[in-house]
Design a protein around this ligand. Sequence first.
Ligand code: RIB
Length: 308
Amino acid sequence: MILVAGSANLDFVVRASHIPQPGETVLGQSFTTYPGGKGANQAVAAARAGAASTHMLLGLGQDSFATPLEQSLTQAGVVQHIVRTQAATGTAFICVSDDGENAITVAPGANAELAPQHLPSLKGYSHLLMQLETPLATVQAYAAQARQQGVTVVLNAAPAQSLPSALLELVDILVVNEGELAAVAQHQGSIAECLQRLHVPTVVVTLGGRGCCARMGDQFVVQSAFPIKPVDTTGAGDTFCGTLVASLSQGLDMAQALLNASAAGALACTVAGAQSSIPTQAQVQTLVTTAPTLSAENSQALRHYCGL
Ligand code: RIB
């Protein structure tokens, strides 16, 4: 059983030819709202990946923005522990460019109200999955509780920031992208060097269209990316995290978990929106079994890129 403790946002998304530079105004093409937030996206991804049971602790306001967020989690089968606050439900303002890239600004609202005393009993959970869109002190307090009770602590250190070593010491599995890795490791060297500098038993770094790399102790595993034509990359990293944790909680080894997470993340880039783009377990298995075998050269190039 997995507990995700984190953010839920209503995403306000404008598609435009390109993401505006500071001071620039861009005339967009379309506007849509989608259920999002890194925590809620990861909970939906874990549930769709077939995790035995996925629960989520989240903060919501008393406004109408909360309704589609609750509905989306319910439809995915996520059991919710809602902290209802006076603050507004979290929102995210997203510009998605024609090539599928995005720029995101988050107004945390009720996400910032999650506090140490809101953590439910951890009895029965194998994994606690968190991100950094809720207060750092709360994340650290939850990690300490989980560590004490033998629950595996997984932290997706997004959005990027440097982290206190007292928090890192409580983390069993850290998941980051390249920018987040540099921020957490506070090092400009190769990927392998950055991974080795972190005193966390397992660190996974996602490398966009190249693939991903995990360090477990002093062992490295790489997984090349599934080639896709991106429509919208919003939520792809969250899909990766949720699927990874679901796969590990089902007893798969890291190589198999990285394969599933990469396939799910790739599929999430081919559909617009965050939770709307997260594939089912069946869709992921179809891609894994039907995609042309990723070549040994790809994997060699990825190892070289990582400095392995
Ligand atoms: O990772 C994507 C998510 O970041 C979006 O859904 C948005 O809400 C922000 O939290």
